[in-house]
Design a protein around this ligand. Structure first.
Ligand SMILES: [Zn+2]
Length: 109
């Protein structure tokens, strides 16, 4: 039986990304978390949902809180400072170190 390995997400926490599909299409934000197991990312201000929180003894107050829900990694694109939304390529240098590059301009990301 084959074990399903997590898809290699090239997006990292802190990256600037643009949403390509869904209700927040066209919106840009910063990656807050990368969820490798589910191939999803949480982007600041994207896919925000209102959650009704029940009052508990701990918080003493209920209400509605905003929560950013994960979006699939394939529905966001990294934003290159030079050319905008782009795809990530990899370059391996003489020392064998991998560097993320922009597929359009070749600049480091
Ligand atoms: Zn670029």
């Amino acid at each position: 039986m084959r074990v399903k390995s997590p898809v290699n997400i090239r997006i990292r926490k802190g990256d600037r990304v643009r949403v390509l599909s869904g209700k927040d299409k066209g919106r840009e934000g910063t990656v807050m978390r990368v969820l490798r197991d589910s191939n999803r990312v949480i982007v600041d201000g994207v896919n925000r949902a209102k959650r009704h929180q029940r009052a508990t003894r701990a918080t003493m107050q209920g209400g509605i809180i905003d929560k950013d829900m994960p979006v699939h990694a394939s529905s966001v694109a990294i934003v290159c400072p030079q050319c905008g939304p782009t795809r990530i390529g990899m370059r391996i240098d003489d020392q064998g170190l991998k560097t993320r590059i922009c597929r359009k301009c070749g600049g480091e990301l």
